[in-house]
Design a protein around this ligand. Structure first.
Ligand code: CIR
Length: 255
């Protein structure tokens, strides 16, 4: 059984961190409705969806992906790069403790889960404004204990590594070539986003199907053309908070 941890949208989401997206008004009720649609999509794909209460004082707390990295053997609590987000992990740690032993990234390391892309036994980690060399080195040393390899990857012009590249399956990636060097992923089959859909590289792969935002039909066609099944969800309000589909859940095997 797959567990998907999610958290309701904070009523204060309008005060979210923004780096590469201009601030526009967010309709919180609509964001919540879209978020429920996202949760339904995960349930349809076989996840047991857990929904944590909103954190009224933490605008970005819906983006649970950023506070932990979960593998079969361990959950690593991150230390998010944005100071405003450092308190989000405590309640997530309490839930993850029910499933995994916990480790943690310590200061001065910083790491956002959005920078961490797993493909098989490899972890690619974005060298971003949110994840520093110390945080990446700590993750490398923790995951090496379990036989995983961690490799830093430079990105430019976007928030996280997974803004620029995500996995379609263990052999294929969906990539935005203006934000990341294709060469780092040359040994995978590379599907590029449609040039008209700048933010389309963030998709969430669950059991062979990818969840992606509904507003990227051209890239969806490319992904389907590569033989990958797609489920589309409308997350337009969450995109205004610089989120997308990977960031709204932590998905892992129950045991
Ligand atoms: C932030 O800037 O931290 C949030 N407004 C968006 C985080 C999105 N996280 C993700 O894609 N993993």
């Amino acid at each position: 059984m797959l567990i998907a941890i999610t958290r309701e949208v904070s009523p204060s989401v309008a005060g979210c961190e923004l780096s590469f997206v201009p601030r526009t008004e967010i309709d919180v009720a609509r964001a919540n409705a879209q978020h429920r649609g996202y949760q339904r999509a995960l349930a349809t794909l076989g996840c047991e969806v857990r929904v944590l209460d909103a954190q009224p004082d933490m605008p970005d707390a819906v983006f649970v992906e950023d506070v932990a990295v979960v593998v079969d053997e361990v959950a690593v609590m991150t230390r998010p790069g944005a100071e405003s987000r450092r308190a989000e992990g405590a309640s997530i740690a309490e839930v993850l403790r029910q499933y995994r032993r916990l480790r943690a990234i310590e200061a001065p390391g910083t790491l956002d889960g959005g920078d961490v892309l797993r493909i098989g036994r490899m972890f690619y980690v974005g060298e971003s404004a949110r994840s520093n060399a110390d945080g990446i080195a700590q993750l490398r040393s923790i995951l090496a204990e379990y036989g995983y390899t961690v490799q830093g990857v430079p990105i430019q012009g976007c928030l996280h590594l997974k803004s620029a590249v995500t996995a379609l399956d263990d052999e294929s990636v969906l990539l935005q070539p203006t934000w990341i060097d294709r060469a780092a992923f040359a040994h995978y089959r590379i599907v590029e986003v449609d040039p008209a859909e700048e933010h389309a590289a963030n998709v969430l792969c669950i059991g062979g199907t990818v969840v992606m935002p509904a507003c990227f039909p051209r890239t969806r066609a490319r992904v389907q053309g590569a033989g990958v099944d797609v489920v589309s969800v409308d997350v337009s309000e969450l995109q205004k908070a610089e989120g997308a589909v990977t960031c709204c859940s932590l998905v892992f095997r129950e045991s």
